[in-house]
Design a protein around this ligand. Structure first.
Ligand code: RB5
Length: 153
C-alpha cells in the first residue's frame, strides 16, 4: 500500500520511526516532510498529507506533530479526509472500522513509540465496517458539501 507521511518538528522522530516500520513491512512511503527537527508549521504538513490522500496519490496517510492535535485539525480541512488522532491500538482500530479514517495521526510528544507502532499496525489491519457506520460517514461527507446543515441533530 502507498502511504503518505508528514510531520512537523514535534512529530518528526516518531514519523521517521513509523515510516521505517511501514517500509519494513512492505509498504511504499511517500514522505512529504518535514526533514528535520527544525521548527516548522504543522498545517503545511497536515495539508500535504491530506491532499495526497484526497487526490489518490496515496491510499492512506500518517501524520504526527507534538500532540497530533494541530496536524489532524489541518488534515481534516481537506475534503475527503477523515483524519483521526489515535492514542493506542483500540482507538486506531475503531477509527478505521467505525469512522473509516483514511489518515492516522499521532502525538510524538504524547504517545510512546511502542504504543504508536502497535496503533499503526492495528490501523492498517482494520477494515472500514460500513453498515450502520457508512451512513454516519456519509453524513460527514454531506457536511463537507454543505448539504445538510441543520440547527439541531
Ligand atoms: C509545536 O511546538 C506544537 O505546537 C505542534 O507540534 C503540535 O503539538 C500542535 O498541535
Amino acid at each position: 500500500m502507498r502511504i503518505a507521511v508528514g510531520s512537523d518538528h514535534g512529530g518528526y522522530a516518531l514519523k521517521v520511526l513509523l515510516a521505517g516500520q511501514l517500509e519494513a513491512s512492505g509498504h511504499e512511503v511517500l514522505d512529504l516532510g518535514t526533514d528535520s527537527e527544525e521548527s516548522v508549521d504543522y498545517p503545511d504538513y497536515g495539508a500535504a498529507v491530506g491532499l495526497a490522500v484526497a487526490e489518490g496519490r496515496a491510499e492512506l496517510g500518517l501524520c504526527a506533530c507534538g500532540t497530533g492535535i494541530g496536524i489532524s485539525i489541518a488534515a481534516n480541512k481537506i475534503p475527503g479526509v477523515r483524519a483521526a488522532l489515535v492514542h493506542d491500538a483500540t482507538t486506531a482500530r475503531l477509527a478505521r472500522e467505525h469512522n473509516h479514517a483514511n489518515v492516522v495521526c499521532f502525538g510524538g510528544r504524547t504517545t510512546g513509540t511502542e504504543v504508536a507502532g502497535d496503533a499503526l499496525r492495528a490501523f492498517l489491519a482494520a477494515t472500514p465496517l460500513g453498515g450502520r457506520h457508512q451512513h454516519r460517514v456519509d453524513e460527514i461527507s454531506a457536511l463537507e458539501a454543505d448539504l445538510t446543515r441543520k440547527g439541531n441533530p
